[in-house]
Design a binder for this molecule. Structure first.
Ligand code: ADP
Ligand code: NA
Length: 329
């Protein structure tokens, strides 16, 4: 028996190298692993939750996410790839789970408390936003997933999913497996300013960036601030360019040369950035090619999503039938 697994991403714009190295590389490993049956959803209802006043961009963003996913190697022949709202059972199960979810679990959710305090430019005081973990539980439980690959940042949400599954099963019989957390190693990919790469910091290198756009971002990056002239000795440990080398440059000999050249002042920052660029370009070239291939094939993209939704709905309906029967409807 294959283990089912669900993962999703919100369609909030183009994805960046942090998404690629931090999450999608793990998704691809599971896709290639014959022990796993993977469901990957572009979760548009979740995007609407925090952005309901700006919902007209969500559909276009779904297309961008799909292009990025296909570009990095998610494969509709191997994984079930779909848009959440195309499978109405997500909403139906969310309603059912909401009936048994105590408000306190949602109010105590650390992510909720943190975002309510810190996010100023959006209205988060909605029923939908408080209920984010309920919809997320529905996404996962709809496929009766037994494992969910998550980074550390999502483990509190997954804990709520487990609690909701347990509570539902207590009332209505063993409908859901309690999904195990598969904590996946996620290198924290730094952005061009040294902080975690994130769209909201404006420090990201996108999967869809051209070579020129990417080089412009690398070229203008700050380096060790103590290094004013090229011949000044520098400290790689104080340099955000070096932090990106550590994630994407796997040529250990070259890295040793660059680090010692920086410390002695014999290798300048531009040379070091050019070396990084070469590694990023060779990693991204096949990805850019695949993205361009799909970009001009809208019908293929539509087919992928409708076929994915058809496949997902077969499983989703089975689960909903068990849910409704358990409840007694
Ligand atoms: P959302 O806002 O849709 O919840 P994020 O944009 O925060 O999603 O990212 C989705 C996932 O991508 C995260 O859970 C994390 O695993 C991964 N991710 C995002 N940015 C980075 C980064 N800079 N480094 C490593 N992983 C990242
Ligand atoms: Na697989």
């Amino acid at each position: 028996m294959k283990l089912r697994t669900f993962s999703g991403m919100r369609p909030t714009g183009k994805l960046h190298l942090g998404h690629m190295a931090g999450a999608l590389s793990n998704w691809i490993k599971l896709q290639e692993d014959p022990g796993y049956d993977c469901f990957y959803g572009i979760v548009d209802w979740h995007a609407m939750m925090s952005d309901y006043a700006n919902s007209s961009v969500i559909k276009g963003n779904c297309r961008e996410v799909l292009l990025d996913w296909l570009a990095v190697g998610l494969d509709p022949e191997k994984s079930t790839i779909f848009v959440q709202s195309h499978v109405p059972e997500h909403a139906e199960l969310s309603l059912a789970l909401g009936m048994v979810t105590p408000l306190g679990w949602l109010q105590r959710n650390p992510t909720y408390k943190e975002q309510i305090l810190n996010i100023q430019n959006k209205d988060l005081s909605t029923f939908g936003f408080l209920g984010y973990p309920v919809l997320m539980a529905a996404d996962i439980l709809l496929y009766r997933s037994s494992v969910v690959p998550v980074g550390e940042d999502q483990s509190a949400h997954l804990e709520i999913t487990r609690e909701i599954a347990r509570r539902f099963n207590n009332f209505y019989g063993e409908v859901f497996p309690e999904p195990d957390i598969l904590l996946t190693p996620t290198p924290k990919v730094p952005g061009t300013d040294g902080r975690k790469m994130s769209k909201s910091y404006g420090n990201s290198i996108n999967i869809a960036d051209t070579e020129k756009e990417m080089w412009n971002k690398l070229r203008t990056m700050m380096t060790d601030p103590a290094r004013e002239r090229k011949t000044d000795p520098g400290d790689p440990d104080k340099c955000p360019v070096w932090d990106i080398h550590k994630v994407f440059n796997h040529d250990e000999d070259e890295k040793a040369d660059l680090a010692s050249g920086c410390r002695t002042g014999s290798i300048g920052c531009v040379q070091c950035k050019k070396a990084l660029k070469e590694h990023v370009v060779s990693m991204m070239s096949p990805i850019w090619e695949r993205r361009a291939y799909y970009e001009s094939r809208q019908e293929t993209l539509d087919d992928i999503l409708w076929n994915g939704a058809d496949k997902a709905r077969v499983v989703a309906r089975e689960t909903m039938d068990a849910v409704l029967e358990g409840i007694g409807f």
